[in-house]
Write a protein that binds this ligand. Structure first.
Ligand SMILES: [Zn+2]
Length: 695
């Protein structure tokens, strides 16, 4: 890389020579040159096997890095400042070395300095019980210099040019470290690194549904006693993510240390999970065939996640193919592609992984502006225009209202689902300037948004005015504020999404079920998803499957589903409520919220109404009669007040209480259309959240 400066002024110009680099290392195994002054700056992404070096002949590099960025200041070796006289030109060259690992960068660097003759080509082979080990990491230290970490290929070998003489090699396999070995490197050397403490066998696992059809799945491995838990790769990876194996076709075959493992096989909350053990013996293949049944029946509804990310979003390094594999493994059946600030697509990944029978998609995006958290909107469908800037996406705007209007107008005013992401409802609707005094809010956007994210939803089981985290009030309670909004007459439907950025239990921990003409993911129509979501035919959940229909009691008229209106001049409404769960979590409560309020006679729990709750898949299946005194929107909330979702969904999602709720049905008892009752639920309407000690 060469840069040139010409001084077109009449005065001397002193140059500050600086490059800024971005290399996101936060979730990667990616060492960078330690801060200080060096001749070669490098960073080395071990898992994805990419490394880069920067060298500027005639300069030292003063480098300063954080997990994301590095600032390189070039200081002349002479110690003199770089002064360009009027009319003169100064140029400088940097070399950029690109290799698979630091050893490759260092060899290229020494070649560039004519010192490559110090190096000897060396083949390193990792073996266990006499057989090659692929994917083994070898950390190499020669003298006081790290030569990075090289990774063995399918034949258990890797060839690099390394310094002659004594080096130290430390091997690790799937996160398990083995004893350091000394190597004496000479020309054309071959070195075998035998791992005396590693005795691997093969796990061969097949996952099907109860009918024997291979299905995508998530398989968790936990070592028992002295057996190490594997750590195959960072949470940005695809098929092997930390101790999880994700499979698109129900098949996993991997080498791992001998011992006994706890295995959990899952495919989202419509399927039972299997909890079993697998014993691996050295040199042998252990077969495990697991059939998990789809026990939860969801005819007429498909599961969806409207908000997901991966590396094209620009704020993370998660593999997009890994995202698609996550979604399919968790039995999400419809997932628009919603990267930040660009239109992208999952189609190629779905084809490559042969996931078309399991996952439908469409291009969309998250338009991500400032201020956070307000000015973020998800939208689908959008036309993807490959090889154009941002895939043909609209640009952000400093005004949340202008930004939303721009989305609505994009693609010639096409019909879209416009979703407000993770709002502070107080700030967005009632406190535009954030001064804690109610105002008109960002009112131009109210009529444009079709749905809004309202998660987390499990606090609704035991609601508090503010969201509490770690004993502190950390934000407005969005789900509660949404009920207040409905009471003020806003008809903005709720959704919950994972907003997943990484692939370790990334997708699956929140989902919606959307009404659909087809139950076959391969034939899901994205326009129908858009339209049914615009009409509020959505149930929100972190696991439990909730079905609700409502009808006028005793009437011959047909029943209505979430998002619809119901006329009930008799003031009597019957809610048909059914809740199903698989074998890995439960519910203990069903509450019918009338205009957002609880009533004792519409609150059912395993303590107060034990006979109403089941122990098998169907946890609750009853008609509940209500008598209304005014127009009312009806929301059924179900969940478990004490138990958690649990380990199947990983440490973050698994810490939620199971919960589900439907979008409201709007009941009109006077025949003049639904009238909101303006109840604020014993709280003021929200304003922008500020921490308690600043209030
Ligand atoms: Zn997002």
């Amino acid at each position: 890389m060469e840069s040139e400066w010409t001084n077109t002024t009449n005065a001397d110009l002193t140059l500050v020579l600086e490059d800024d680099l971005r290399a996101d290392a936060g979730k990667e195994d990616m060492p960078k040159t330690a801060d200080g002054t060096v001749e070669l700056f490098w960073f080395h992404d071990i898992f994805w096997q990419q490394a880069y070096g920067v060298y500027a002949p005639g300069f030292k590099i003063r480098c300063n890095s954080n997990a994301r960025e590095s600032v390189l200041v070039y200081e002349p070796v002479s110690g003199q400042p770089v002064v360009v006289k009027p009319g003169e030109t100064f140029s400088m060259t940097r070399w950029l070395f690109v290799a698979q690992d630091l050893a490759g960068v260092m060899a290229d660097y020494l070649d560039a300095r004519d010192q490559g003759d110090k190096l000897v080509e060396t083949r390193l082979t990792v073996q266990a019980d006499g057989r090659p080990v692929s994917g083994a990491r070898i950390a190499i230290q020669c003298g006081d210099e790290s030569w990075g970490t090289v990774v063995t290929g399918d034949d258990g070998s890797v060839v690099r040019r390394l310094p002659s003489g004594t080096c130290e090699a430390t091997v690790s396999v799937a996160g398990q470290n083995f004893a350091m070995q000394k190597l004496v490197l000479a020309s054309d050397g071959q070195h075998v690194l035998e791992l005396a403490e590693y005795h691997p066998g093969i796990a061969s696992i097949t996952v099907t549904d109860a009918e024997g059809r291979a299905i995508p799945a998530k398989i968790e491995f936990k070592g028992n006693d002295k057996t190490p838990t594997p750590n195959w790769g960072p949470e940005t990876a695809e098929h092997f993510v930390r101790n999880l194996a994700y499979t698109a076709n129900g098949k996993i075959r991997t080498e791992l240390a001998a011992g006994e493992y706890d295995i959990t096989v899952s495919h989202g909350p419509e399927y039972d999970a299997e909890f079993t053990k697998l014993v691996i013996q050295p040199g042998k293949t252990s077969d495990l065939k697991v059939a998990i049944a789809r026990v939860v029946e969801t005819p007429g509804w498909v599961s969806a996640d409207f908000h997901s990310h991966s590396s094209p979003s620009g704020d993370n390094t998660g593999s997009q193919r890994g995202r698609v594999l996550n979604l399919a493994a968790e039995n999400v059946e419809f997932a628009p592609c919603t990267e930040h600030n660009r239109v992208s697509t999952y189609i190629d990944h779905i084809e490559a992984l042969e996931l078309k029978p399991f996952l439908a998609t469409v291009s969309g995006m998250e338009l991500t502006g400032t201020p956070l958290p307000l000015n973020h909107q998800n939208v689908f469908p959008l036309i993807y225009r490959p090889r154009t800037q941002d895939g043909g996406a609209p640009l952000t705007d400093v005004s949340p209202e202008t930004q939303m209007e721009r989305i609505a107008a994009w693609d010639s005013n096409s019909v879209k689902l416009i979703q407000q992401n993770h709002p502070d409802i107080g700030w967005l609707f009632y406190d535009r300037d954030g001064d804690q005094k109610p105002d008109e809010g960002y009112s131009r956007s109210f009529g444009i948004m079709n749905v809004t994210e309202i998660h987390p939803i499990d606090p609704l089981l035991n609601p508090t005015r503010y969201h509490i985290y770690g004993g502190k009030e950390t934000g407005n309670q969005t789900a509660l504020n949404w009920l207040q909004l409905l009471n003020q007459g806003f008809r903005i439907y709720g959704v919950v999404n994972t907003d997943a950025h990484y692939n370790y239990h990334g997708s699956g921990g929140l989902r919606i079920w959307v009404k659909s003409d087809t139950d076959d993911p391969a034939t899901i129509n994205s326009d129908e998803m858009r339209d049914n979501a615009r009409n509020g035919h959505i149930v929100m959940s972190n696991g439990p499957y909730l079905e609700t229909t409502f009808r006028e009691t005793g009437s011959s008229g047909s029943s209505v589903i979430p998002g619809q209106d119901l006329a009930a001049k008799s003031k009597h409404v019957t809610a048909s409520i059914r809740v199903q769960c698989p074998n890995w979590f439960d519910i203990d409560t069903v509450i019918v919220l009338v205009n957002g309020r609880r009533h004792d006679n519409l609150t059912f729990s395993r303590d107060t109404h034990p006979d109403m709750f089941g122990k098998d898949v169907v946890k609750f299946a009853h008609d509940v009669d209500l008598e209304l005194t005014e127009d009312a929107h009806l929301v059924v909330l179900t969940g478990h007040r004490t138990q958690l979702i649990g380990d199947v969904m990983g440490p973050m999602w698994g810490a939620q209480h199971p919960v589900a709720l439907n979008n409201p049905v709007f009941v009109d008892i006077e025949g003049d259309g639904f009238q909101a009752n303006k109840d604020t639920l014993d709280m003021p309407l929200p304003v922008k959240f500020v921490a308690q000690d600043e209030r």
